[in-house]
Design a protein around this ligand. Structure first.
Ligand SMILES: *Cc1c(COP(=O)(O)O)cnc(C)c1O
Length: 389
């Protein structure tokens, strides 16, 4: 089937800036600058500046960024990390891979960690909180940093979906995703706010020692200056040519973020009189969201998806089931001693997370990227409205 509106459209962004990309690609490779070279260092420096931290460490995915962050923060066996079940599995897997246990709390109406539940999840083993800023909106970092400070907990932000999102803190400053806790982890997967031409990622921090550890941990534990090996680690290094291409994208990012916000407003206007969907606008002036995804909650969601598909509109459901029902937990063959994760809802420890499960039945992500045209937006709005009329 020929789609009229694709869910993601990296080829359009490539076409729009093709000459810039080809020039840098050719120039970088002609110099033989393949591994750990100027282009990567420049990307790290400029990314850190944009994000608002001192250091950035380029890796090959958002998952790898989380991995080196947890390792460098010293999270390990016997520790508990508070996070959510309404997220991509990497948020949870990277905790397990350190030997620590995730404790999953329910989310609120904005799809993010319900901060009221953090206190209920605390135990003497709690070592860290991992807020996941979903869909381009920050968690309530004011509340999260407050608990973390009082209890002496490390905060590792899964900012995979939140590059450029901000929150205004009560004491004044407007802060960007990834700059609140010890480390902020970003995915540069093609369908995120800024995607590379491969599955890239980056971790940011203001802590010099943690930055240095993460640099070693992304590169076989080796200190490239002394040529000595300090850790058993993976090779997660971001390829230099990817960094070269991302340097171009970073220059366009502020425009792209603006366009995402404008498209979100158009969807909002288009759907404003529709009562059977709820929209991802939460009207709290402290937050500025970047709409990495435009996720609505819809009545008869599966039928709506089919209706849109038939009209050539591609959509995505993230996610159909909560993480704790995935085979890695639910099927003994795959569950290699992970047990079932501890779940925390309003009533305390629980065997289900009501809001998380309700979301799985209702959400559908509409096409959202800066290259979306006015007529594609209108076409999508019309098709959704037609379904409910
Ligand atoms: C995409 C994503 C990740 C992982 O990033 P990759 O680059 O795909 O490895 C982690 N957490 C969340 C919330 C994500 O959306």
């Amino acid at each position: 089937m020929e789609y009229k509106v694709r869910f993601a459209n990296p080829q359009k962004q490539y076409a729009d800036h093709r000459d810039e990309f080809l020039k840098v690609f050719d120039e970088t490779l002609s110099r033989g600058a393949i591994v750990n070279r100027e282009e990567l260092w420049k990307f790290e420096e400029d990314f850190a500046k944009f994000a608002g931290t001192k250091y950035a460490v380029g890796v090959n995915s958002g998952t790898s960024a989380l991995d080196i962050a947890f390792q460098a923060a010293g999270i390990g066996p016997g520790d508990e990390v508070i996070t959510v079940a309404h997220t991509f599995i990497a948020s949870v897997s990277t905790v397990y891979l350190t030997g620590a246990k995730p404790v999953l709390i329910d989310v609120g109406k904005d799809f993010n960690m319900d901060v009221k539940l953090i206190e209920k999840a605390l135990t003497p083993k709690t070592k860290a909180i991992e807020p996941v800023h979903l869909n381009g909106r920050l968690c309530d970092m004011e509340a999260i940093m407050d608990v973390a400070k009082r209890k002496g907990l490390t905060v590792i932000e899964d900012a995979a979906q939140a590059l450029g999102a901000t929150m205004k803190m009560a004491d004044g400053p407007v802060k960007r995703a990834g700059t609140f806790g010890l480390v902020g982890c970003f995915s540069l997967y093609f369908a995120k706010t800024m995607g590379g031409f491969g599955n890239n990622g980056i971790a940011i921090t203001n802590d010099e020692e943690i930055a240095q550890k993460m640099k070693l941990m992304r590169y076989n534990g080796e200190d490239r200056e002394s040529r000595k090996f300090y850790y058993h680690a993976h090779n997660f290094l971001m390829d230099n040519v990817h960094a070269a291409l991302l340097n171009i994208k970073l220059k366009h990012l502020p425009d792209w973020l603006k366009q995402r916000k404008e498209i979100a407003e158009k969807y909002r206007e288009g759907f404003s009189t529709l009562s059977r969907v709820s929209l991802p606008h939460f009207d709290d002036p402290r937050f500025s969201d970047v709409y990495t995804n435009y996720v609505i909650r819809a009545e008869r969601r599966d039928e709506l998806k089919k209706h849109l598909e038939e009209r050539g509109i591609e959509t995505l459901i993230s996610w159909e089931i909560p993480i704790y029902e995935e085979p890695v937990f639910a099927e003994p063959k795959f569950n290699k001693g992970f047990g079932t994760p501890k779940l925390i809802s309003e009533g305390g420890e629980s065997n289900k997370l009501p809001e998380t499960e309700k979301i799985c039945e209702e959400v559908i992500s509409l096409p959202m990227y800066p290259e979306l045209t006015e007529s594609q937006i209108n076409y999508t709005v019309k098709a959704v409205r037609e379904f409910y009329n």
